[in-house]
Design a protein around this ligand. Structure first.
Ligand code: PGA
Length: 249
């Protein structure tokens, strides 16, 4: 049985006191679903968030990390630094990292390796831009993003990898992929994995959908057989909305 996961990506939002208030709100709400819940605050708030959520079943995760262990990489954060403040899971390859910080598939492959070498779990994001969708090239694009960054791995590594399909045209735009579009792509992703690693591995990997998931559309998207959860941006900044999405399972 694949894990169901709902992860909130807070992006570059919330200073320390706003982070504390959001966590206070999150702790008040009762979780009625079996989905694993994660939230990703900014680096400066990771430890406080980790500490505040210790006794709960909300995992605090990071939005990014560098591939090197340490050294002259001004402004960067390593896997071992994340681990040292209690973080076990990292989001890698978000489209905003790819677009604004030029993160390539090759760089992401190194980041994935570094995370796994540090026994971290990875939420690996990818997705096509609107032109690719319009030209019918979306499966090729997604297929190569996955192959280029992940297919050097052994099958066993996929025990520590969660995939997140996030069509770039749906992120923060209010436009979601239809549940059918999400299902079709997730099925394609699972087939891509199965072709390389076999059905058992492919069937065990959780594939999340991200892109304007809201309380009013979560249930329909999550009802699709190959959609195992969501990576939530905007709606994760509001505790009530976020838990409405979590509890949509
Ligand atoms: P959104 O962001 O829910 O605001 O569209 C999703 C994401 O970037 O992970």
């Amino acid at each position: 049985m694949r894990k169901q996961i709902v992860a909130g990506n807070w992006k570059m939002n919330n200073d320390l006191s706003q982070t504390e208030s959001l966590i206070t709100e999150l702790k008040k709400i009762k979780k009625t679903s079996t989905a694993e819940v994660m939230v990703a605050p900014t680096f400066t708030n990771l430890y406080n968030a980790f500490d505040a959520l210790r006794e709960t079943d909300i995992e605090v995760i990071a939005q990014n990390m560098h591939f090197a262990a340490n050294g002259a990489y001004t402004g960067e954060i390593s896997a071992s630094m994340l681990k040292s403040v209690g973080i076990q899971t990292v989001i890698l390859g978000h489209s905003e990292r790819r677009e604004y910080f030029n993160e390539s598939d090759a760089m992401l492959a190194k980041k994935v390796d570094a995370a796994l070498a540090n026994s971290m779990r990875v939420i690996f994001c990818f997705g096509e831009v609107l032109e690719d969708r319009k030209s019918g090239n979306h499966e090729n694009v997604v297929g190569s993003q996955i192959k280029n960054a992940l297919f050097h791995l052994e099958a066993d590594a996929f025990k520590h990898i969660v995939l997140a399909y996030e069509p770039v045209w749906a992120i923060g735009t209010g436009e979601t992929a239809s549940p059918e579009q999400a299902q079709d792509m997730h099925a394609f992703i699972r087939k891509t994995l199965a072709d390389k690693y076999g059905k058992t591995v492919a069937d065990s990997v959780s594939i999340l959908y991200g892109g304007s998931v809201k309380p009013n559309n979560a249930q329909e998207i999550f009802s699709k057989p190959d959609v195992d959860g969501g990576l939530i941006g905007g709606a994760a900044l509001n505790a009530t909305d976020f838990f409405a999405i979590v509890n949509a399972f």
